[in-house]
Design a protein around this ligand. Structure first.
Ligand code: FES
Length: 142
């Protein structure tokens, strides 16, 4: 997939330290739904579109037991995991109380209807591309 230099330049002006990769059009994502970005050996990324057309991206892995968040129910700016019902905030990846944990967030930019993700290594290396969680991953919670 190629980055349109004109668009990438416009986006990069806002965040010069990021490596924006176009992944799809906003219209390719159903409202209150998601689309999965495969990364060839690395964790998939779930790209969500809320009812208000805001776009968010998280690793497609619930902080509870790894359920596919892309298959969850999107409501407001949150997604409910299809496996055990944890609710994850799309903006910061945090599980809503009383649950604790975080799904890594990937920075998103939308430019001229195209969704860009910050994937500096084209998807390899979890530690390098997603932004860190503000709190530790859930450990041992039921
Ligand atoms: S794996 Fe998501 S709630 Fe359990």
């Amino acid at each position: 997939m190629h980055i349109n230099p004109a668009n990438a330049g416009a986006v990069d002006a806002k965040h010069a330290d990021r490596a924006w990769t176009p992944v799809c059009a906003v219209e390719d994502i159903p409202r209150a739904g998601s689309r999965v970005v495969k990364r060839g050996g690395a964790d998939d990324i779930a790209v969500f579109r809320a009812w208000d057309d805001q776009v968010f991206a998280l690793l497609d892995r619930c902080p509870h037991k790894g359920g596919p968040l892309s298959a969850g129910l999107v409501h407001g700016h949150a997604v409910t995991c299809p496996l055990h019902g944890w609710t994850i905030d799309l903006a910061d990846g945090q599980a809503q109380a009383p649950d604790q944990g975080c799904s890594h967030r990937i920075a998103v930019q939308v430019e001229d209807g195209t969704v860009y993700l910050d994937l500096p290594d084209q998807g390899r290396g979890l530690a390098q591309s997603p932004e860190p969680c503000a709190t530790p991953q859930a450990a041992g919670s039921a």
